[in-house]
Design a protein around this ligand. Structure first.
Ligand code: MN
Length: 274
């Protein structure tokens, strides 16, 4: 994710990929439903939490200051220990919860079940950065959206895709993005557009007031090592790929993410009365 105006890198979203030794690349649209059916999705979700926090700490050690986002599944939102697990992983790597994003799809976020709501409340209390993902294709209740402890709203890629087309489809998409941006800003949420592939889409999104952009126009999915190299070379790239890490989003992060507990303030030196 990059800031729409400064093109400063703000975050990286962790995406699952499976390189099978014989089959090659197995699509997540294939293996996620399989994992769900065979009861493996819980273990995969836990692995994502552990590995994304580990990687976030490794990138931070390289000086790459950005949020790391993971996608939280409906299954995980129904687990009682989700937030405990996240907090333990963050503590293990000395990461501040606000630097870690949990993306939760609109359809899961709108589940009005007690257990999902309890997870939301715990995420809020733990100080994690919550993002409502794939917004606009589910059935959002606006009064309910207002109560969610989210900081960010991601417009579904299908609207971003349609933005650039000419004719009624394009006009509709522009009207929807316009409305979503206004709604989100009225609720104090930052708006991220994902699936940005063309300069025309980018220009329209900036014009409509999107705060952050994500998509192939800036970077394709890459592995952790590639990302570190890509980020460190970012300043040398011509526009529109000229994203950068200068003027970090997190001006207060150096050198340690978590400041040691403050020692009680020493009493002010008393001037010796003469
Ligand atoms: Mn996502």
């Amino acid at each position: 994710k990059v800031d729409a105006h400064s093109l400063q890198i703000t975050a990286a979203e962790a995406l699952l990929r499976w390189h099978h030794p014989q089959r090659g690349m197995v699509s997540p649209t294939l293996f996620i439903p399989l994992a769900e059916r065979h009861g493996l999705i819980g273990a995969i979700g836990n692995w994502v939490i552990d590995d994304a926090t580990r990687q976030a700490a490794a990138w931070r050690a390289l000086g790459l200051r950005m949020r790391v986002a993971i996608n939280i599944s409906a299954y995980q939102m129904r687990q009682d220990d989700l937030v405990d697990r996240l907090q333990a992983a963050l503590a293990r790597h000395q990461l501040q919860p606000g630097r870690f994003t949990c993306e939760i799809t609109e359809s899961v976020a709108m589940e009005d079940t007690q257990v999902t709501q309890r997870s939301f409340e715990r995420l809020r209390r733990a100080g994690l950065h919550v993002s409502i993902d794939d917004f606009g294709v589910g059935q959002a209740s606006l009064s309910y959206l207002r109560r969610l402890p989210a900081a960010e709203l991601k417009i579904d890629a299908s609207f971003v895709h349609d933005l650039g087309v000419t004719g009624a489809g394009g006009n509709d998409a522009r009207a929807i993005v316009d409305a979503v941006v206004k709604l989100a800003h009225a609720l104090g949420l930052r708006v991220v557009a994902e699936g940005v592939e063309t300069e025309r889409q980018r220009d329209l999104l900036v014009q409509l007031g999107c705060d952050e952009l994500q998509g192939f126009l800036f970077a394709k999915p890459m592995n952790a090592v590639q990302l570190a190299v890509w980020a460190q070379l970012a300043d040398e790239r011509p526009p529109p790929q000229a994203v950068h890490f200068r003027d970090s989003l997190f001006l207060d992060t150096q050198p340690a993410e978590i400041a040691p507990p403050e020692a009680p303030a020493a009493p002010p030196p008393r001037g010796r009365r003469q």
